[in-house]
Design a protein around this ligand. Structure first.
Ligand SMILES: NC(=O)c1ccc[n+]([C@@H]2O[C@H](COP(=O)([O-])OP(=O)(O)OC[C@H]3O[C@@H](n4cnc5c(N)ncnc54)[C@H](OP(=O)(O)O)[C@@H]3O)[C@@H](O)[C@H]2O)c1
Length: 273
């Protein structure tokens, strides 16, 4: 299964479909990531706060793949925004992952309620890390337009945000396209909830695919980078098997019309963590 690449605004190529690892317990992570790598995933998304970077690193080391065959993203947690702490955080992540560079390092949340504008300093730190070769690309996550406006220097390569058929983020997606920032969808299946939508089920029947495949295909056709998570081997395989069919424009539009602003996570401007 060959996953197409998206070229980021810094020229780095990222596999458009990756493997999410949020809520995979540390003891299950090596097995799940090994499963994903063995069937062809080459892009893994983790974060310091997930507590599973060691498991991801063990799976990468055991895979036999060359370092440059794998695209690894991790994220800076909110209490580590100040420059000196951010440097400790990236070193710790690299050590836990057993890597000497990351492919993509993200500010996990702007977290303005608890940490003020510390994310601005974090962005300056990430630019230093990129210049030093500690990470190939740098980006942000959960940034609203006001947070994008507040940072300066390098334009983020990616904004990873909650995005799925019942939360289509139309205004933010248009803004990211305008700014040349790739849009990466977290909880792309709505944490599973969007799979039972009647329209999705109907399109799945019409295309003889599963609801998850229909939703992942919708993301891909809209140009999102997409990182579904599963610990279930059959689902891990199903979610990758999405490159042998296409949705019609009408099907894509019908799915986009399911938007009802249904966030499963926090509004980034209001999050209190
Ligand atoms: N930047 C951020 O703040 C942020 C926040 C949240 C998530 N993320 C990233 O985005 C990734 C994906 O988001 P997510 O994990 O929240 O949600 P998700 O990928 O939308 O959904 C995961 C849920 O859907 C189930 N599932 C997966 N494939 C399925 C299939 N083919 N059929 C039926 N059910 C299926 C999984 O079950 P099983 O695992 O039991 O199979 C799990 O319960 C995360 O893992 C993480 O890497 C980032």
């Amino acid at each position: 299964m060959t996953v197409p690449f998206t070229t980021l605004n810094d020229g780095v190529q990222i596999p458009q479909l990756g493997f999410g690892t949020f809520k995979i317990p540390p003891e299950d992570t090596e097995r799940a990531v090994t499963e994903a790598l063995s069937i062809g995933y080459r892009h893994i998304d983790t974060a310091a706060i997930y507590g599973n970077e060691e498991g991801v690193g063990k799976a990468i080391a055991a895979s036999g793949l060359k370092r440059d065959e794998i695209f690894l993203t991790t994220k800076l947690w909110n209490d580590m925004h100040p420059r000196g702490l951010a440097r400790v955080a990236i070193s710790t992540s690299l050590e836990k992952l057993g890597l000497d560079y990351l492919d993509l390092y993200l500010i996990h949340w702007p977290a303005p309620v608890k940490y003020g504008d510390s994310y601005i300093e974090a962005w300056d730190a990430l630019q230093e890390f990129q210049a030093e070769g500690l990470t190939r690309s740098i980006g942000v996550s959960n940034f609203n337009v006001e947070h994008l406006d507040a940072i300066s220097g390098t334009v983020p390569s990616v904004n990873q945000v909650e995005l799925h058929p019942t939360l289509t983020q139309n205004a933010l997606r248009a803004e990211l396209a305008y700014r040349g920032i790739a849009c990466e969808a977290w909880s792309p299946l709505g944490r599973g909830a969007d799979l039972s939508d009647a329209t999705i089920i109907q399109i799945a029947a019409d295309t003889e695919r599963t609801p998850a495949q229909v939703i992942i295909r919708w993301h891909l056709q809209l140009g999102h980078i997409v990182i579904p998570k599963s610990v279930t081997p059959a689902r891990i395989a199903e979610n990758l098997d999405v490159f042998n069919f296409e949705l019609t424009d009408a099907q894509v539009e019908a799915i986009t019309a399911l938007d009802r602003d249904a966030r499963s996570g926090s509004n980034p401007a209001l999050a209190e963590f």
